[in-house]
Design a protein around this ligand. Structure first.
Ligand SMILES: [Zn+2]
Length: 421
């Protein structure tokens, strides 16, 4: 039988971590694995010998001695912003809390002023640098929240910057509207009026222009109340924006229950959630998203309780929470924090950064596992066994990144940008 010609044949992987939906992640590992890729999608996956007997390609990727995982998915980031907040590390070291810094005009509000002043082009330029760095560290899909404009004009500008980036950059960007990130100074004394502006002015405009897939709210003590969050998220649902929600980062004010009530796609942070809240969320189909780098950089001394979910066989996702005060662009770093600080096995943390992260963005039909029909988004790591991913702590172990069947990063350098196509 003649062999089928495909665009790329990856072969000789010491392990393919497929995270195939039906199998336990350990059981879904294929040794001496190969992947046939055509038109940017995975056509077949199996042992190298089997695939070589059925496929041929002008482009073969011999990955002897290396492992392959699905492209990592960063399902919670504040990708777009201007300015920086490097002085806040010293403030935190001197004992100031996140809320102290916010009240003194720092934090989100400082970034808001810089972002309002920046042009859309400047935001795109800054965002591109971040995306490049994320890509070199193995990320292939990135969620990007607005939330540093806090006016119709500037929230729209942020989401337009995300849209431009998704056209120019190889990575996929999933936009989320987060107008309810903080109360802007103009509405300091009229918070409910700001909630009304978000619900009746920002959301309709953003939905009309198709600028976001999700609507998110920072529901917490010192931020938006459960009632305010409900008003905003319901307005989003009515306009076709699915709900996501930041909850229980600083205190448990009932945000997790709201996430269940509204059947949110995901609930994120969850540092102060009870084990009952967590299991109920996950059982209700709301993906819990844990952000251990946020705990670390806020010096919170507390990490989310992933172990309870694991004990009950329930899924959770992990993400970077990349933002000016949590500046990690590396999901390998998040993997390490998950294992060392949240006590999750490496394989579970990897599933949380791939398949379950895809579910937190409602993209698991397309990405998140190595299965025929899905996008050929792959990371080739320079280790022969996944358990060695944490035997080189703090080192970027990515050998190559493949996005939609094209090698986009190799040995620490971007190789092909979408804009150069
Ligand atoms: Zn966040």
């Amino acid at each position: 039988m003649p062999k089928r010609q495909v665009d790329m044949l990856l072969k000789n992987a010491s392990q393919l971590l497929t995270f195939s939906e039906q199998l336990h992640p350990e059981k879904s590992i294929i040794s001496d694995g190969a992947i046939a890729v055509d038109h940017g999608r995975i056509v077949d996956i199996g042992k190298t010998g089997e695939l070589e007997s059925r496929f041929e390609s002008d482009e073969t990727l011999d990955v002897t001695g290396k492992i392959v995982t699905p492209g990592l998915i960063d399902c919670h980031t504040h990708l777009i912003f201007a300015g920086s907040r490097e002085q806040e590390l010293d403030m935190r070291l001197s004992g100031m809390s996140y809320m102290d810094i916010l009240r003194s005009g720092g934090g989100i509000l400082k970034t808001m002023y810089a972002t309002r002043e920046a042009s859309k082009e400047k935001l795109v330029e800054e965002g591109k640098k971040v995306l490049d760095s994320m890509m070199l560290n193995g990320t292939t899909t990135v969620e990007a929240k607005s939330g540093y404009g806090l006016t119709v004009e500037h929230e729209t500008k942020m989401l337009l910057a995300a849209k431009d980036l998704s056209k120019q950059h190889p990575l996929d960007i999933v936009p989320t509207f987060l107008g309810a990130h903080a109360f802007p100074p103009e509405y300091k004394d009229a918070p409910d009026e700001y909630v009304r502006v978000v619900a009746t002015q920002m959301i309709p405009q953003i939905a009309r222009e198709g600028l976001a897939e999700f609507c998110d709210v920072f529901c917490d003590k010192g931020a938006f109340s459960v009632e305010q969050a409900r008003n905003i998220l319901v307005a989003g649902i009515e306009q076709g924006l699915r709900p996501k929600i930041h909850v229980d980062e600083f205190a448990n004010i009932g945000g997790a229950k709201l996430a269940i009530e509204l059947q949110a796609v995901s609930a994120e942070h969850l540092l102060h959630s009870s084990s009952d809240d967590l299991t109920q969320l996950s059982r209700a189909g709301v993906i819990p998203v844990f952000l251990p780098a946020a705990s670390l950089t806020l010096m919170e001394d507390r990490f989310a309780d992933a172990v309870t979910l694991l004990k009950n066989g329930l899924p959770f996702a992990l993400a970077s929470d990349f933002n000016p005060s949590c500046p990690t662009k590396s999901l390998q770093f998040v993997l390490a924090l998950s294992c060392y600080c949240m006590k999750t096995p490496i394989i579970e943390a990897l599933r949380a950064l791939t398949l379950t992260a895809a579910k937190a963005l409602r993209k698991s039909h397309d990405v998140g596992s190595l299965e025929p029909g899905k996008k050929a988004d792959l990371v080739i790591f320079d280790v022969a066994d996944y358990r060695f991913l944490l035997q080189h702590l703090g080192v970027n172990l990515v050998s190559k990144v493949v996005k939609r069947g094209v090698v986009v990063a190799e040995e620490g350098r971007a190789t092909r940008a979408k804009s150069a196509d």
